[in-house]
Design a binder for this molecule. Structure first.
Ligand SMILES: Nc1ncnc2c1ncn2[C@@H]1O[C@H](COP(=O)(O)OP(=O)(O)OP(=O)(O)O)[C@@H](O)[C@H]1O
Ligand SMILES: [Mg+2]
Length: 322
């Protein structure tokens, strides 16, 4: 089976999938492996229910914190980003207007920031900056994402936003008329800047050399269907699919009749996964005897994700033995 090793050379990795399938576990394992290989890695959680801190057994927040050599962690928080964004915008306009207009403008900004979608927007902005490579401290950004729907929406956002900003620029241009130069208009400058940023974000997102999306699933009916939908949507968006991780595969042989029966059922789904997603590289990760905590377990998961195997991994892995 193909491993995910080649993905460690990318600059941006997204790990996505249905709730609870092992996105955080696999993102953390990939990030750890890349950092061991000497890349300077930032592991970013975009899921409001952050759990990277649990895995690394140390607090992580909205600013990058060192976790291990070459590895930093960051938990993006929409509310925090929105507050930061508001402060930045207020700072930018404070010299542009007089006291009265400024007071009114600030009120409008506060209002806009409390609108539904504002936090998601701020989250999206921060992700955009990271994808563009604005932080020179890191060579690889690994995104541990929220369950699929949310993430796919984020991935379509640069495209949608571009169209929106272009329309805004057009109406601003019409408003300014021919007498005034676009280049000296602060609104136009800000719109143009934003458009540039979005274009760059999208270019990096769609570049197969830069970005890959890894889909994590378990061998069950609903995750398979969700993966099929995600593959379609990613393809449509033009994002490269780096491979699939089939997590929590049960042991092939077991003295326990319950596990044997579960495994038989699982085998049907594993065959279906091979059949339906044959075009994509896949790795299997066995069900471990306990939850994934700490560096040791992550190391073994990373090894499974990155080692090429002749056939399906023997799930009678030593890890399964308590
Ligand atoms: N191969 C495995 N063997 C045993 N336990 C696992 C395995 N993979 C993940 N787990 C455990 O399953 C739970 C869910 O994993 P994880 O948090 O990585 O999933 P997730 O997709 O990020 O979930 P969420 O959608 O809630 O963010 C965790 O308790 C984790 O320790
Ligand atoms: Mg998670």
């Amino acid at each position: 089976m193909k491993s995910l090793a080649s993905l460690l050379d990318k600059r941006v990795l997204f790990l996505g999938g249905k709730g609870g399938v092992g996105k955080t576990t696999c993102a953390s394992a990939m990030a750890l492996a890349a950092s061991r290989a000497g890349r300077r890695v930032l592991l970013v959680s975009t899921d409001p229910a952050h759990s990277t801190a649990d895995i690394f057994e140390q607090p992580i927040g909205p600013e990058a914190v060192p976790l291990l050599p070459n590895l930093h962690g960051l938990e993006i928080d929409g509310a925090f980003e929105a507050r930061h964004y508001v402060a930045r915008v207020k700072d930018q306009i404070k010299d542009l207007f007089g006291h009265h207009i400024l007071k009114e403008a600030n009120k409008q900004i506060d209002l806009a920031a409390s609108m539904p979608g504002a936090e998601e927007m701020a989250l999206f902005d921060r992700i955009g900056a990271l994808v563009r490579g604005d932080d020179p401290r890191f060579d690889l950004i690994v995104f541990d994402t929220a369950p699929t729907g949310h993430t796919l929406r984020l991935i379509r956002m640069p495209e949608l936003m571009e169209a929106w900003i272009r329309a805004l620029s057009k109406s601003r241009h019409a408003m300014l008329g021919i007498e005034q130069d676009d280049k000296s208009d602060p609104v136009m400058i800000s719109l143009t800047d934003r458009l540039e940023g979005l274009r760059e974000f999208r270019a990096q997102l769609l570049s197969p050399r830069t970005t890959a999306f890894v889909l994590v699933l378990v061998a069950e009916r609903l995750p398979i269907e969700e993966t099929a939908r995600a593959i379609d949507q990613l393809k449509e968006a033009g994002v490269t699919i780096g491979g699939l991780v089939v997590n929590r595969v049960l042991p092939a042989t077991s003295p326990d009749p319950f596990l044997r029966s579960r495994h038989q059922q699982e085998q049907v789904y594993l065959d279906e996964i091979d059949r339906r997603f044959g075009a994509h590289g896949k790795v299997r990760v066995p069900q471990l005897p306990s939850d994934v905590h700490g560096v040791k377990t992550l190391e073994s998961i990373a090894e499974m994700l990155l080692t090429e195997t002749q056939k399906h991994r023997n799930t009678e892995n030593s890890l399964l033995k308590p």
